[in-house]
Design a protein around this ligand. Structure first.
Ligand SMILES: Nc1ncnc2c1ncn2[C@@H]1O[C@H](COP(=O)(O)OP(=O)(O)OP(=O)(O)O)[C@@H](O)[C@H]1O
Ligand SMILES: [Mg+2]
Length: 399
């Protein structure tokens, strides 16, 4: 390589041109593949799918509409009834199947993290949040990654549609907690998913690690937890997508977590990296207050090699590994390219079988995780009841 200064390229010009071209290209892709955020919409469902989601029958929906107990359904071009998620929630409310977090339970903070890049964290976080919203939960999805893939998945171009004040960069580092909470409240964006809000990310989140490193005191790693504790009151579930790094930003996410979900790809380098990750995590473990932690086998492409690696993950981590696994499917890799999750796809892009495989693997994973959340909430309810009963017994004994 030459060291003559006159032979060096003009890197300022090079990278600014590349960045400009990249932004132009992303805008063009977004316009083509998925309409921008304001126009991006969820598909409407037919009556059978709506009935299935609301755990009722199409006959019941028709009867309630006829009796005026539900509003008249919208109609598509060929006069078939169509329903949005909001309509489905209305049906659920009328038939008594609308999700309600058990009394006395607390909103749950689920952090999706791994030291290694590309393990499917963002895919998992986005699909889990959307699945939960589909079931009727109120969900807040938080993008902490400066790469902003989660933000992008909702049709937002981070550098164009997200202002610097639109991320958690400032709330995480400002001096006063009150101000941080106020600023954080203003970052919440409603999305086209009914009951799913997003705190987006953009490049300015890169600075957070450095600024936290220069900070002293408790706030350094507890600030995210303190912010979320305030914001989450309006939600059942907060899902946090974390960058593949172990700086203070990621550590803050670990400290904020009630439930940690670690997707691991079944191959030897990823397994080795996960061991390293858990070793490093043990250094911050004393600051963590996890209710539960699970590992999920991600991007699993069944073959002798990867089946053996999946078995190895199960034998190392035992009961912490959830039973369902996220299969590697073309539909899922294409969905991130097209900025459409499998829950947003109206019609399969490839074969119907590939789509069904992707959907059923996603549903199995998310269903199992949601059952675990339900278990945590039920335990919380039981312990509140126990305390109340103890209190009543003590009052009775004293009285
Ligand atoms: N189950 C899957 N099947 C096929 N492709 C997948 C699957 N899960 C993720 N991918 C693809 O793998 C790539 C990385 O996935 P993703 O962005 O979810 O990983 P990540 O862990 O969030 O990455 P990073 O560490 O960079 O944040 C994406 O292109 C995504 O489409
Ligand atoms: Mg990611």
């Amino acid at each position: 390589m030459s060291t003559f200064p006159e032979e060096k390229i003009n890197t300022v010009q090079l990278f600014s041109t590349m960045a400009e071209r990249g932004v132009d290209m992303s805008e063009a892709l977004l316009a083509q593949a998925a309409a921008p955020f304001d126009y991006k919409k969820l598909p409407l469902w037919g009556i059978e799918k709506a009935a299935k989601l609301a755990k009722t029958t199409s006959a019941t929906i028709r009867r309630l509409e006829k009796a005026g107990e539900l509003p008249q359904a919208k109609r598509d071009d060929i006069n078939r009834r169509v329903y949005s998620l909001q309509d489905v929630n209305r049906i659920r409310a009328r038939t008594g199947s609308l999700f309600k977090r058990p009394p006395g339970s607390l909103p749950l903070r689920c952090v999706v993290a791994n030291l290694k890049g590309g393990t499917g964290k963002t895919t998992t976080a986005v699909h889990l949040a959307q699945y939960a919203a589909l079931q009727g939960l109120n969900v807040l999805l938080v993008d902490l990654d400066p790469q902003a893939s989660t933000t992008n998945a909702f049709g937002l171009l981070p550098d164009i549609h997200v202002a610097t004040q639109g991320t958690l960069a400032e709330p995480l580092v400002v001096e006063k907690l009150d101000e941080a909470r106020q600023l954080a409240r203003n970052t919440i964006k409603q999305t086209y998913w009914h009951q799913l809000d997003l705190i987006p990310s953009q490049l300015n989140m890169v600075s957070v690690d450095g600024e936290l490193t220069n900070k002293d005191g408790r706030d350094r790693i507890y600030r995210l937890r303190d912010i979320l504790e305030d914001l989450e009151q309006d939600y059942d579930l907060v899902v946090v997508d974390v960058p593949p790094a172990l700086g203070l930003l990621s550590v803050s996410a670990m400290v904020a977590a009630d439930y940690l979900l670690v997707p691991i790809v079944p191959n030897m380098p990823d397994i080795a990296s996960s061991i390293q990750y858990f070793t490093i995590l043990s250094d911050v473990a004393e600051h963590m207050t996890l209710t539960d932690m699970n590992i999920m086998i991600a991007r699993h492409e069944p073959s002798r090699h990867s089946d053996a690696a999946a078995a190895l993950i199960r034998s190392i981590y035992g009961i912490n590994v959830i039973n369902a696994q996220m299969l590697a499917t073309r539909e899922l890799s294409k969905s991130s390219h097209d900025l459409l999750s499998v829950y947003e796809i109206d019609k399969p892009t490839g074969s119907r079988d590939t789509y069904k495989r992707a959907l059923s693997s996603m549903n199995a994973v998310n269903g199992e995780i949601l059952t675990r959340f339900q278990g945590i909430w039920e335990q919380q309810t039981e312990s509140v009841q126990k305390k109340t009963n103890q209190g009543t017994t003590e009052i009775a004994a004293n009285g």
